[in-house]
Ligand binder design. Structure first.
Ligand code: LMR
Length: 390
């Protein structure tokens, strides 16, 4: 039977990690997978996480199973950060998931069980979104995320929603759009909230980079606007970036509805799906987040560490934007885009030339990880871009 299997392409983003590691050139630059790096090129464990891990080591008395929903202390501690301090707690419940991917997978599967047939999504998007939708067996309807001017295309979303049918879900990136870095403005979110409500579709908000754009509160603006307007919604959340816990896989899935039975059933279905997929999510990282959010000093330390990350990314963006024009590439918009990513309009040949001639590794879409640019390699990267596009 195994001989009937067809070969599969390696995941393009994850393959870049190995390709970069295998490159012997000391000047190589990794702008691939979305991992934050300091100006020196490191991805250190947050100080707040190290402190929480010490507490965990001292106080954890058992590693016995918790259940398919994971650490509910963690799930509930995040609620004020995601939904707002005065959100009506009776409308929301959640469960832990292995990373943002686990959160998206649960959300799409629960939507499918609730009768969803189709996901409406702006493209380009994180490639795993389409892959998860296909794996769950739903149809995908796409619309353009950005305009020719490089702003978020509200009219394309409006047209997609005008065409929506019962059973449709609209997937929206809460902030720090992956891969473009082009977020909806607050004024656009105000309109999106009523558009989504008017279309009667189920919103699925994916918030994987909260705090990496403008701050924890500001980055939740769109999500909160939409949730205030609609009767029900799903949320996929990741702590992998904003707590730097990548390989510990820390995420969550939330359902929002005023119907108490529907909320309980959304969670019961999520728990059944989790049990059949991974049984229980990994505990360690989520426990560390719970410890941080339950301690004012550790919370302040984490918020400060997040602010430092944003400050560094703003500095890199400023330096990229200052390059202004590289051949046909207008660099100025990178200065005000948000989060870890931006996209450069490069051809496949140019992306390969960057890799082969200059050891610069980026996604085939032209997406670059802003944080991969360090104090030392930023000018080298700009020179490499001038070489292939200038
Ligand atoms: C990315 O897009 O690089 C990150 O979200 C990591 C991942 O899992 O793809």
């Amino acid at each position: 039977m195994l001989a009937t299997l067809s070969p599969q392409p390696a995941d393009a983003l994850l393959a870049l990690i190995k390709l970069h590691n295998a490159d012997p050139r000391p000047t190589k630059i990794d702008l691939g997978v979305g991992v934050y790096r300091t100006g020196a090129g490191d991805t250190p464990v947050f100080g707040a996480i190290k402190a929480a891990e010490r507490v965990l080591l001292e106080t954890q008395s058992s590693k016995a199973y918790l259940g398919p929903e994971g650490d509910m202390g963690f799930v509930h501690a995040l609620i004020p950060y995601v939904f707002g301090a005065d959100f009506d707690r009776s409308r929301v419940e959640g469960m832990q998931a292995p990373g943002g991917t686990g959160g998206v997978r649960l959300a799409v599967e629960v939507a499918a069980r609730a009768g969803a047939k189709r996901i409406i999504m702006g493209t380009p998007s994180w490639p795993n979104h389409a892959q998860i939708v296909a794996a769950v067996g739903l149809e995908l309807k796409t619309f353009k995320h950005t305009t020719a001017e490089g702003t978020a295309d509200l009219e394309a979303l409006r047209a997609a929603l005008a065409d929506a049918a019962p059973g449709d879900v609209v997937l929206l990136h809460g902030c720090c759009h992956n891969p473009t870095g082009v977020d909806y403005t607050n004024a656009q979110w105000d309109q999106i909230a009523s558009m989504v409500q008017g279309a009667g579709v189920l919103p699925l908000l994916d918030l994987a980079y909260q705090g990496l754009g403008e701050g924890m509160e500001a980055d939740a603006y769109g999500l909160r606007k939409v949730l205030a307007a609609v009767p029900e919604a799903l949320v996929a959340y990741s702590c992998d970036k904003n707590f730097g816990l990548y390989r510990d896989r820390v995420g969550a899935f939330y359902a929002v509805t005023g119907d108490a039975d529907a909320l309980a059933n959304a969670m019961a279905n999520g728990a059944t799906l989790a049990r059949a997929s991974w049984s229980m999510p990994p505990d360690h990282g989520a426990a560390a987040v719970r410890i941080i959010l339950g301690d004012a000093a550790l919370t302040a330390q984490w918020i400060e560490e997040l602010a430092q990350m944003r400050g560094r990314m703003a500095e890199v963006r400023g330096r990229l934007a200052a390059a202004q024009q590289i051949g046909p590439i207008n660099m100025a918009p990178l200065g005000h885009q948000k989060g870890l990513f931006s996209m450069l309009p490069l051809s496949g040949e140019q992306i390969m030339a960057l890799r082969e001639r200059h050891g610069v590794y980026m996604a085939g879409s032209g997406r670059i990880n802003i944080a991969g640019l360090t104090t030392d390699n930023l000018e080298t990267f700009i020179e490499a871009l001038r070489d292939i596009a200038g």
